[in-house]
Design a protein around this ligand. Structure first.
Ligand code: BMA
Length: 336
């Protein structure tokens, strides 16, 4: 496809693997696109919770206008977090399975966090009356989900900090105020909770105007990493150009999703210490710019720190597959 302007590039401290680590062909059940995956390292293995959109393919989408028929959330484990993924036979959730809640439509874009030894999922949630964020606990065997709370709409994009701060749970979130913030000028907020049920003391964390290359929205991506200098935090950052045309399977797609980097105060993460003034990652690989469903989209949902100082960033590429990028923690901190 034609180059997307203005040109935005990935910082050289980021090493992207040239090939995806998970594609639709890897799944043991029907899958059209597998992307936007939460990942955590626990007990010597990596646990991935991923999104699967199913029910069509590129030809039927483009020629018959056949849309996806469902979205499921699946679970896989791997010894090295890169390959050898072993899948649970059936998805954890499947929008094709009738729900006993008549309001519920589907879950998607899972993020996973471990807090005090318990696993929690944040799930974007489509309901018949709006887009919400659900938080719940995942059992240790990864088979059962206990819903804890759901936001009011429209606010579907959430991540949890991996520990309580000042005695409270903390989340990043991205409400979608269409009346007051026109043209999708949506910002990142921070809220706190004593129990993961009641959320409040909400504060604007980062406005889109603080991110120089963005003319659209920003949003949370992955649980922040605790470092000596502060909470290392990624965010997705969107620029839009209405002259952009056919892109991937889509007849027209006007947005580009890059990834930004910021540092938040350790004791009060509602204080932004620093924002890197350029994208940390931008779409560049063939799978990110020339292949797949909706090109020029990087959508990280997980960031892990290894004991040797390597940071792994798991991201959905082109809403089509799961990719992995790595960087040295020191190099990331040096940008902030
Ligand atoms: C967002 C979400 C994500 C998706 C992204 C790019 O609004 O819907 O699931 O990856 O758009 O299409």
């Amino acid at each position: 496809m034609p180059a997307v302007l203005p040109k935005l590039t990935t910082h050289p401290c980021i090493k992207k693997r040239a090939q995806p680590i998970l594609t639709a062909a890897d799944l043991p059940y029907p899958c059209s696109l597998v992307f936007n995956a939460g990942v955590i390292k626990r007990g010597g293995e990596y646990i991935m919770v991923f999104r699967n959109d199913y029910g069509t393919d590129q030809v039927r989408y483009e020629t018959e206008n056949r849309k996806f028929t469902g979205t499921s959330i699946g679970v896989a484990r791997s010894k090295n977090g890169i390959d050898g993924w072993v899948f649970d036979e059936t998805p954890l959730f499947d929008s094709g399975v009738p729900s006993d809640d008549p309001e519920f439509k589907r879950y998607y874009d899972p993020r996973i966090a471990e807090i005090e030894g318990r696993l929690y999922l944040c799930l974007a949630t489509d309901t018949r009356h709006g887009l919400c964020g659900t938080i719940g606990e995942l059992s240790d065997d990864l088979k059962t989900f206990r819903k804890i709370s759901m936001s009011v709409p429209d606010n579907r994009n959430m991540v949890l900090f991996p520990e309580r701060i000042g005695g409270e749970f903390v989340r990043l979130e991205r409400p979608m105020p269409v009346y007051s913030r026109h043209n999708e000028r949506f910002d990142i907020w921070l809220s706190r909770s004593p129990d993961l049920i009641y959320w409040g003391r909400s504060k604007l964390l980062l406005g889109t105007e603080k991110v120089p290359w963005v003319n659209d929205k920003i949003g949370p991506t992955a649980s922040p990493i605790k470092t000596e200098k502060g909470w290392l935090t990624l965010f997705h950052a969107v620029d839009r150009d209405d002259s952009r045309g056919k892109n991937g399977w889509e007849p027209t797609w006007k947005k580009r999703y890059t990834t930004g980097l910021m540092l938040l105060d350790l004791d009060d993460p509602s204080k932004v210490l620093s924002v890197y003034d350029k994208p940390l990652m931008a779409p560049e690989l063939p799978i990110e710019t020339d292949e797949g469903f909706r090109q020029n989209v990087l959508f990280p949902c997980a960031m892990l720190l290894e004991e040797n100082g390597e940071v792994k960033i798991y991201y959905g590429a082109s809403d089509t597959c799961v990719c992995l990028a790595t960087a040295r923690l020191d190099d990331l901190l040096a940008l902030l």
